[in-house]
Design a protein around this ligand. Structure first.
Ligand code: NAI
Length: 467
């Protein structure tokens, strides 16, 4: 196998875009082409307004774009030209047919494999970058084996461990890069790409199946820590223990470690829930119902945490939020991203709307049309007939505003749903003056806990402690 000089990546999303921009930055000797069937997205990647917000990403992209980094909709040409083809398309939870609500929908992966089989000539290394159920490479290989041109393929698994909000940092200095494969030459070719900037001891090679399964397992373990501390937060509220103190105390045990022990309104993001459900489905598929049930509990606990938060708001506001304005601070699933997929805010807002509250939503990075779309989707819940009704309900009860003052004016309560730094710096005296009294703050991220809010007259509640 020749040294890699031409790479293409199918899928210009949250993973494909930043990952390929980093490869292009670190490997000036490699031509990187990122392709997507979504023309609007490609146009944005070629503009000054990138389709995704990540700290530091603009600089990484502009450094290489037009030099050795290109964004295009010409998928066929990019496949034909490349020696190595990354597949980085979305793998959402399937919502129809067998495995609905659990299994990953692999139709986009399969379409990519078929496209590669159709277009490729000579030898290609196909790299699974998307998060996939263990054994997917078997299907990919079977499809590629049907290539009409007689092209030959190696298939590698190279799951991505970046976290949104810190994608650039994570890509520059990854804890590890995982590469699974059968052919040593193909594995080495990909190792050489990453070795341009990642220390060799962080390049971990395994068999294909371990690599595929490790990504699901990593996300399951991370989410499990959040659900574990969130389960304890409920007990803290009932007992005058403080979950942040408990987290600190257990986290200092080096066997447990301090990270990912922050109690909150619940995890969100496109990956955790989908990947755990996928793991649950796989366990059932392979005849392991006890294992499936064990992991499913992580998702159930996360749903419980969101419901609990809403119930507490309603209870505290004298058992009714009907017709009351509630200021929603933050809609993204975490800070420093504009991504709202599976954001806890979506479900909290849904449940508050069902209680007939009036919502005034502010997020510094999320596009208002995205918020409206997310709320319409969740209210409709797959029922097309409810479209008009949910849009009407949202039009009448939701406003999306451009700062926290507007979100808080005349509000009965504020719900902090994303941990944006700017929320901590708010002028709380002014906000209190402009709110209805008593003025409540429900802090779903415990970011305002150390401010003297009670002294200012607020009734303040966070997650996992009682005051
Ligand atoms: P995304 O939805 O942002 O991007 C996927 C892109 O693939 C879309 O732009 C879509 O138009 C394109 N696409 C779909 N089918 C295509 C086809 N047949 N030909 C060309 N383009 C096609 O998804 P995201 O977030 O980048 O995730 C991609 C994969 O990476 C998923 O499997 C996800 O689980 C995984 N992952 C995501 C992480 C994240 O933080 N978002 C982190 C690590 C892994």
């Amino acid at each position: 196998i020749e040294p890699i000089r031409k790479i293409c990546c199918i899928g210009a999303g949250y993973v494909g875009g930043p990952t390929m921009a980093m490869i292009a930055k670190q490997c000036p000797d490699i031509e990187v082409k990122v392709v997507d069937i979504n023309e609007a997205r490609i146009a944005q990647w070629n503009s000054d307004e990138l389709p995704i917000y990540e700290p530091g990403l603009d600089d990484v992209v502009t450094e290489s774009r037009g030099r050795n980094l290109h964004f295009s909709t010409d998928v066929d040409q990019a496949i034909a030209d490349a020696q190595m083809i990354f597949i980085s398309v979305n793998t959402p939870t399937k919502h129809f047919g067998v495995g609905a609500g659990r299994a990953a929908n692999l139709e986009f992966i399969e379409k990519c494999a078929r496209k590669i089989a159709e277009v490729a000539q000579g030898h290609k290394i196909v790299v699974e970058k998307s998060t996939l159920p263990v054994r997917t490479a078997e299907a990919v290989k079977a499809i590629l084996a049907g290539a009409s041109s007689g092209a030959t393929f190696d298939v590698l698994s190279n799951p991505e461990f970046l976290a949104e909000g810190t994608a650039v940092e994570d890509l520059i200095a990854p804890d590890r890069v995982l590469i699974g494969g059968e052919s040593k030459e193909a594995v080495d070719a990909l190792v050489d790409v990453y070795a341009h900037w990642v220390p060799r001891e962080r390049l971990l090679t395994t068999n294909l199946w371990s690599s595929e399964l490790s990504k699901l397992t990593a996300n399951a373990f991370l989410a499990q820590r959040v659900s574990s501390i969130n389960s304890i937060s409920a007990l803290c509220e009932a007992t005058e223990a403080d979950v942040d103190e408990v987290a600190m105390a257990i986290g200092m045990d080096s066997r447990i470690g301090p990270k990912f022990l922050k109690s909150s309104v619940g995890f969100g993001g496109s990956c955790f829930q989908k990947d755990i459900l996928n793991l649950v489905y796989l366990c059932e598929y392979f005849g392991l119902p006890e294992v499936a049930e064990y992991w499913e509990q992580v998702v159930k606990m996360n749903d419980y945490q969101k419901t609990r938060f809403v119930n507490r708001i309603v209870r505290t506001l004298f058992n009714t939020v009907s017709d009351k304005k509630i200021g929603i601070w933050g809609f993204a699933f975490k800070k420093d991203t504009n991504d709202t997929r599976e954001s806890a805010a979506i479900y909290i807002c849904r449940d508050l709307l069902r209680e007939r509250a009036k919502l005034s939503i502010y997020d510094p990075r999320v596009d208002p049309s995205q918020i409206r779309r997310d709320l319409a989707d969740v209210m409709r819940n797959g029922d097309a007939e409810l479209s008009a009704a949910s849009e009407k309900l949202i039009a009448e009860n939701v406003e999306i505003v451009t700062d926290i003052d507007a979100a808080s004016k005349d509000a009965h309560a504020i719900a902090v749903l994303t941990e944006w730094d700017e929320f901590v710096d708010a002028d709380f005296e002014r906000i209190h003056n402009n709110m209805k009294k008593p003025a409540f703050i429900f802090d779903g991220r415990n970011i305002l806990k150390n401010l003297p809010l009670a002294d200012m007259g607020f009734i303040y509640q966070g997650i996992g402690f009682s005051r």
